[in-house]
Each structure stands twice: as structure tokens, then as C-alpha cells.
Design a protein around this ligand. Structure first.
Ligand code: THU
Length: 139
């Protein structure tokens, strides 16, 4: 799908997918990725329309890096919000930025039916449901 007018259906309103992708793109500008030089942004929208964005945050101790998706999700959870409707993730690449296995496990923990929009640098995207991205995940 390229920049269509697909809508995310929230509790009381609708929200355009392209807008969520643009918010993820804005968050990507804050990525702290001096080790991989791979900048990622994510934007999460809750059922009642709150938005949490995230970027990847790396560390000189490489294994401590946290992905953009988990940063956004943990920001929401730490605000007491766990009802997620959709998450957009984008990187500055031609390929769609699909979430890593750890992020998929975290998504399914809170919102197996969450819509996940994986975008590329041109704003083209593919839609999945979180549980489709992690068949046979750990429970
Ligand atoms: N990364 C994300 O933030 N999200 C993804 O979906 C894939 C990978 C980050 C982790 C690391 O900082 C960099 O991208 C390279 O793996």
C-alpha cells in the first residue's frame, strides 16, 4: 500500500495510517544509533487515541540496544496504558522495517490483535496483525 487513505478504527474516532507513519518517521530523527547507523522510528496509538513514539537507543555495550518499537510500547505501559490499537515502524531503507523477534514477543504480550504497519523510506507499507508476526510465541 502506498500513501492510501486507510484508516485505523479507534474507540471513538478514526486515524489515518499515513499520519501514524509520519509520526514514526519524526521519531526516527531522534534515533541514537552511532554503532549500527540504522535509525528506526515507531509510533503507537492506543484504543482511546493516545500516541506514544519511540526510536532505537543503542549503547557502547552493544547488547543493551533497545528497538524503537519496544521504547514506544514501554513508554505507554509505564503510563499505565496497555490497550494498543496500532503501531507503525519505519527505517530509512527501501525494505519494509519488520520488527525483530523480541519486539514481536512484547507486542503479543499486550496486544495480539494490534495492527502493525511496517513502512519503508518512501512511506509504502504492509499491514500485519501482531499475532501473525509471531506464530507459536512463548506464553
Ligand atoms: N531496530 C529497531 O529499532 N527496530 C527494528 O524493528 C529492527 C532493529 C534497531 C536495533 C538496533 O539499534 C538497530 O536497529 C540495528 O539492528
Amino acid at each position: 500500500m502506498v500513501g492510501g487513505d486507510e484508516l485505523i478504527h479507534l474507540k471513538n474516532t478514526v486515524f489515518p495510517v499515513t499520519k501514524l507513519i509520519n509520526l514514526a518517521k519524526a521519531a526516527m530523527q531522534h534515533a541514537y544509533a552511532p554503532y549500527s547507523n540504522f535509525c528506526v522510528g515507531a509510533a503507537l496509538i492506543t484504543l482511546d487515541g493516545h500516541i506514544y513514539s519511540g526510536c532505537n537507543v543503542e549503547n557502547a555495550s552493544y547488547g543493551l540496544a533497545c528497538c524503537a518499537e519496544r521504547v514506544a510500547i514501554f513508554k505507554a505501559v509505564s503510563d499505565g496504558i496497555k490497550e494498543f490499537k496500532a503501531l507503525a515502524v519505519i527505517a530509512d531503507t527501501q525494505n519494509y522495517c519488520t520488527p525483530c523477534g523480541a519486539c514481536r514477543q512484547v507486542m503479543v504480550e499486550f496486544a495480539p490483535d494490534m495492527e502493525v504497519y511496517t513502512a519503508n523510506k518512501d512511506g509504502e507499507y504492509k499491514k500485519f496483525l501482531a499475532h501473525e508476526l509471531l506464530p507459536y510465541g512463548f506464553k
